[in-house]
Unconditional design. Structure first.
Length: 457
């Protein structure tokens, strides 16, 4: 199983070279690992006396339990992605981006970085990066000038997504499973995440002088949905969809804290409200051709279900490793050989710049259980692994921000690599050290904060 996972991991990392979508590899890996596991589960589940009981337990308990956990994350992602696509299809993001008029390079870099940082905390770092790169194409005509701005957007998007429960897939995974909470993430990770963005922007801005050389004067809506609905509704209706959509996403953590229901219920509630609103909106616009109406039933066809299938495959593959006891053995090895939770998380963050951070975080969640209050009372050393413990909070920071060190280390970086044709070598030469400096500075601040400041409260 370890061999299969490493081979599959390598295929995912070399997706572009192999010309095989990583979702296909993840699904194949998931099926193979569960097949190998159930074939040899007797050696793991020794509490059962016969093979039929083992098979019944694996298929009726373990798979169903892990699939339920994974589905909770996937339904949240599908709902959130649909809401974001709906906002973009109706030109909602142009309300924000059209306000940017400055031509001064330094000022523009800081403005774009700050907007990206906070926008990615509300939306997600992938969507935010796409929106901001599309904006860049309207602001800066010279692609060589645009590369630096685009790469800073990657850093800002990853940093902004790390402190929010809905800003990055990895924080969503940790939040949905109860490893971290909104109340734990925001106060503990906001400053470290901000530092990881500010330092690279500050250094980069020192090398920028004057104004941008080329600019496209007309700024319209150019998102990634390619609908024409934005031109067929009023500005007031655009604003209503924008604020309702963002409000629905921001309301999810509040809904969870009030009802204690899983986050996907909250996001489905918001999606349902938006669905009702847009149906009534288009019902009163009989003059608009049906083919031009961006109803949610049409928006759903634009949602990236390939990404959803990748998450399904890789998370279930990691679950197979967990059931086989492999991740438990790995956690024991790390505890004995490394021991320090801060060092373990920093290593995971560095690895996330090389390989996908989703299986890294999923693996970490499989290696360590969330310690209960009773566990901590009997063994205070387990406090780091309790809900909102330093291990989980620092993991959210390291896995989210660490991916910025290489352009292939995050979904945001891969998108910029594809859209702007930024080369791996150019990024390493000009951006990697900036990202590393921000990552380490934020990490150092977090450690100091936990050691000296948090105990006071």
């Amino acid at each position: 199983m370890i061999f299969l996972f490493l081979v599959g991991y390598a295929c995912i990392a070399m997706e572009h070279s192999l010309k095989v979508n990583k979702a296909a590899t993840a699904l194949l890996l998931c099926a193979l690992l569960w097949t190998v596991y159930i074939t040899n589960a007797d050696s793991v589940l020794t509490q059962f006396s016969n093979h039929e009981d083992v098979v019944s337990y694996v298929t009726g308990n373990q798979i169903i339990e892990h699939l339920g956990d994974v589905a909770s994350t996937l339904f949240f992602l599908m709902g959130a992605m649909t809401i974001v696509e709906l906002i973009d299809a109706h030109g909602g993001f142009s309300i924000i981006t059209n306000k940017i008029t400055t031509k001064e390079k330094k000022k523009l870099l800081w403005l774009l970085a700050i907007i990206t940082f906070f926008m990615s905390a509300i939306l997600d770092n992938l969507t935010t990066t796409i929106v901001m790169v599309m904006l860049l194409r309207k602001l800066i005509g010279n692609y060589k000038e645009r590369w630096l701005f685009a790469c800073i957007i990657v850093i800002a998007a990853n940093s902004g997504g790390a402190f929010s429960p809905i800003g990055d897939v990895t924080t969503i995974m940790l939040w949905v499973k109860g490893n971290v909470s909104t109340e734990g993430l925001l106060p503990n990770l906001f400053v470290p995440s901000l530092i990881s963005m500010v330092i690279p922007v500050f250094v980069a801005s020192r090398f920028l002088k004057g104004e941008i050389s080329e600019r496209v004067n007309v700024i319209g809506n150019e998102g990634f949905s390619h609908f024409s609905a934005a031109d067929l509704i009023t500005p007031g209706e655009q604003k209503a969809i924008l604020f309702m959509g963002i409000g629905a996403l921001v309301f999810v953590p509040i809904f969870k804290s009030i009802t204690h229901l899983p986050p996907f219920i909250g996001v489905l509630l918001g999606l349902g409200v938006l669905w009702f609103y847009t149906e009534f909106l288009y019902h009163n616009k009989k003059h608009i051709p049906e083919s031009s109406k961006a109803r949610i039933s049409v928006i759903l066809t634009r949602v990236d279900f390939t990404t959803i299938l990748f998450f399904l495959g890789i998370l279930m593959a990691v679950s197979a490793l967990q059931c086989a006891g492999i991740l438990g053995q790995l956690s024991k090895f790390l505890d004995e050989s490394v021991g320090n939770v801060y060092v373990i998380d920093v290593i995971i963050g560095i690895l996330s710049s090389i390989v996908d951070n989703v299986p890294l975080v999923a693996g970490s969640m499989g290696m360590y259980d969330v310690a209960s209050a009773a566990d901590v009372a009997s063994n205070p050393a387990l406090a780091a692994y309790a809900s909102d413990g330093v291990f989980w909070l620092f993991l959210a920071y390291c896995a989210g921000v660490g991916g910025s060190m290489l352009i292939i280390g995050s979904a945001a970086g891969v998108v910029v690599m594809g859209l702007e044709k930024v080369s791996f070598g150019w990024y390493c030469k000009n951006i990697s050290l900036l990202a590393l400096s921000g990552y380490l500075a934020g990490a150092i601040f977090f450690v100091l904060q936990e050691v000296f400041i948090r105990p006071l409260f």
